[in-house]
Ligand binder design. Structure first.
Ligand code: CA
Length: 516
C-alpha cells in the first residue's frame, strides 16, 4: 500500500469515526444520563416552532411569542443540580437537532433572578448554539428565601452558573458524542456579575465571557444605593421632583451634546462634560425651571463619588454621568430600589426589618458590605488564571445607566489591568455605549453582535477594535454607531449621516476629557 492510499484510508476512517460520534443520540436517552451532583428531570424533543413554556413573566412571554416561530427543532433537557443540602438549581440545556455550530452559549439573568432566561436561550438556539440557562437556585424574582437558606445564597451568588456550565458540557458530550469546541457566557446586569464571578472563581468554565453592565460590586452598590437615596431625600427640599428631570437633562444636553461635534441628543464621552448643577440654581423662589439650593446638592450627590459627609471617606466611587438625568428616579425617587433593599436586608444582614439610618449611613454601608463576606462582592481583580487559559472578557456598559453606574465597569477593568498587567491588554476589553441606559434602551445604539464579537476574539484572535452597534425602533434600524474600546471614543469624520457608524472613527479621548 503506498503512502497516498494509506492516507486516503486514514482520512476515510477518521471521517467515519467523526460521523459515528456526530450522530446525535435520541433526546429521550439523555433521561438516563448520570451527572455529578445533578439529575436529569425531563427531556423533550421539541419540533421546529413548537416550544411551549408556562409560568414566565409577561415580558418573557411577549419575547417568546416573537422568537418561537423561528426556533429550529431541538432537544430540551431539564436538570436539577444540588451542590448543597438545600440547593435546588433548575437548569435547562437546549440542543439543536441539526446544524449545531459546535459551541455552547450560556445565558444569564439579572435582578433577583429566579427564572430561566428562555428568551435569551431562544436567541442563542436560533444562532445555532447549544444553549443553557439557570434560575440560579430559587424560583421567582424574590429575596424571601435568602435568610433561611445559606446554600441557596451560595447558589445565587456564584455556584449556579458553575453547576450550569458543568451540566451543559456533560449533556452536550453525551448527546453529540463530543464536548463543545468553545464555551461562552453572555449576559447583562446581575447576569453580567455572574460572568465576572465565573472568570474569578471558575476560570475553566468558559472560553469567552460577555459581561454587560455587570453589578460586580453588588454588595457595596446595593448598600450605597440605599444610602444615596436617603441623602438625596434627607429633607423634602432635597428631593428633586421627577417633573424637573427633563429640564435638567435639557440644560446638560445644551452644554455637552455638541462637545462630540454632533448635536444628536447623545453625549459621546460623558467624562468630557463638566456640567455645574449650581448653574441651574433658582435666582428667586423655587419654580419648574430651576433647582433649589438643596436640590443642587442632591444633583451633585448623584453625579459625584459618594462620600461620608462627616469624614470624606469614600463609600462608592462609581456615580451617575451626564446624560442619565431622565432616569434619576431609579436612584433618587422617594424610596430606594426595592431589589437593593431586598438584597441588603435578606442576603447581607439576614434581617428583613433592617432600616438604614440617615445619621449613620456611612457605617451602615460598611456594615452591610462587610456582612456580604465576599459572596456578592465579586471583587477579585486577579483574572490571571482565566487569562492564562486563553479566556477573553468582553465588558460593555451604557454610559447613561441609572442603576449600575457606568463608571463601575471602568473601575473594574482598571483594577484588573493594575493587578494582571499586560495580560489584561491581551484578554480584556471594555466598550462604553453612549446614550444607552441599563442593558438596553435610550437614544444610543444599544445592540451589537455580542456573541459574534467574543467568538471572533476567542477563536480567531480578532480582539474587537471597533464594533458597530445599532438601535431599533419597532423593526427599523434608526441608528448605527461605532463602539470604541475604552478609553477611545468615536469621532465624527465631518460629513455624511451622523446616525451611521461608517462616518465615525475611534480615537483617543483627549486629556482634557479625561480630567474629570
Ligand atoms: Ca452629541
Amino acid at each position: 500500500m503506498n503512502n497516498r492510499i494509506v492516507i486516503a484510508a486514514l482520512v476515510a476512517a477518521m471521517s467515519l469515526g467523526h460521523a459515528a460520534v456526530s450522530v446525535a443520540q435520541d433526546c429521550s436517552a439523555l433521561q438516563k444520563l448520570s451527572l455529578p451532583g445533578a439529575s436529569v428531570t425531563g427531556t423533550q424533543a421539541v419540533a421546529a416552532g413548537a416550544l411551549s413554556v408556562t409560568g414566565v413573566s409577561a415580558a418573557t412571554a411577549a419575547q417568546l411569542k416573537a422568537a418561537v416561530p423561528k426556533l429550529p427543532a431541538f432537544c430540551r433537557v431539564m436538570i436539577t443540580a444540588k451542590p448543597g443540602p438545600a440547593s435546588d438549581i433548575r437548569i435547562e440545556v437546549w440542543l439543536p437537532a441539526a446544524g449545531w455550530n459546535g459551541r455552547l452559549q450560556a445565558v444569564g439573568d439579572g435582578g433577583l433572578a429566579g427564572y430561566i432566561p428562555f428568551s435569551l436561550m431562544a436567541e442563542a438556539l436560533i444562532g445555532g448554539y447549544a444553549t443553557t440557562g439557570t434560575d440560579t437556585g430559587h424560583v421567582g424574582g424574590s429575596a424571601d428565601f435568602m435568610p433561611a437558606y445559606p446554600d441557596k445564597l451560595l447558589d445565587f451568588a456564584y455556584r449556579s452558573t458553575h453547576e450550569m456550565a458543568v451540566a451543559a458540557k456533560a449533556v452536550i458530550a453525551a448527546h453529540y458524542g463530543k464536548p463543545p469546541a468553545f464555551s461562552y457566557y453572555n449576559a447583562c446586569s446581575g447576569g453580567g456579575r455572574h460572568g465576572i464571578t465565573s472568570a474569578q472563581r471558575y476560570p475553566g468554565d468558559f472560553d469567552g465571557i460577555v459581561a454587560g453592565a455587570p453589578s460586580w460590586n453588588q454588595a457595596r452598590l446595593d448598600a450605597a444605593r440605599i444610602g444615596i437615596n436617603l441623602v438625596v431625600n434627607r429633607t423634602p427640599e432635597h428631593h428633586i421632583p421627577a417633573s424637573k428631570y427633563p429640564m435638567i437633562h435639557r440644560a446638560v444636553m445644551q452644554a455637552c451634546d455638541g462637545l462630540d461635534g454632533v448635536v444628536d441628543g447623545i453625549i459621546e464621552n460623558p467624562r468630557a462634560c463638566k456640567f455645574d448643577y449650581a448653574s441651574l440654581q433658582c435666582k428667586g423662589g423655587d419654580d419648574a425651571n430651576c433647582l433649589t439650593a438643596a436640590q443642587v446638592e442632591s444633583a451633585k450627590t448623584l453625579t459625584s463619588p459618594f462620600r461620608d459627609s462627616a469624614t470624606g471617606r469614600l463609600l462608592l466611587a462609581a456615580h451617575l454621568r451626564p446624560g442619565s438625568e431622565l432616569q434619576w428616579a431609579t436612584m433618587a425617587s422617594p424610596k430606594p430600589l426595592p431589589n437593593s433593599v431586598a438584597r441588603v436586608r435578606n442576603f447581607h444582614l439576614k434581617d428583613t426589618k433592617w432600616e438604614f439610618r440617615l445619621e449613620n449611613v456611612a457605617d451602615d454601608i460598611e456594615y452591610a458590605a462587610r456582612l456580604d463576606k465576599g459572596l456578592l462582592a465579586s471583587d477579585n481583580f486577579n483574572l490571571k488564571p482565566f487569562f492564562d487559559r486563553g479566556g477573553k472578557l468582553l465588558m460593555w456598559h451604557g454610559w447613561s445607566d441609572p442603576q449600575v453606574p457606568a463608571e463601575s465597569s471602568i473601575i473594574y477593568s482598571r483594577n484588573v489591568r493594575s493587578t494582571t498587567g499586560h495580560a489584561a491588554d491581551e484578554s480584556m476589553a471594555l466598550f462604553m455605549l453612549p446614550g444607552v441606559l441599563h442593558c438596553r434602551g435610550g437614544l444610543g445604539a444599544d445592540t451589537f453582535d455580542r456573541i459574534g464579537a467574543i467568538t471572533a476574539w476567542v477563536e480567531r484572535e480578532q480582539k474587537p477594535a471597533r464594533i458597530v452597534a445599532w438601535r431599533m425602533v419597532g423593526d427599523q434600524v434608526v441608528r448605527t454607531h461605532a463602539l470604541c474600546p475604552f478609553p477611545q471614543v468615536a469621532r465624527y469624520l465631518g460629513s455624511g449621516d451622523t446616525a451611521n457608524a461608517e462616518n465615525y472613527s475611534c480615537v483617543a479621548a483627549t486629556a482634557a476629557a479625561e480630567r474629570r
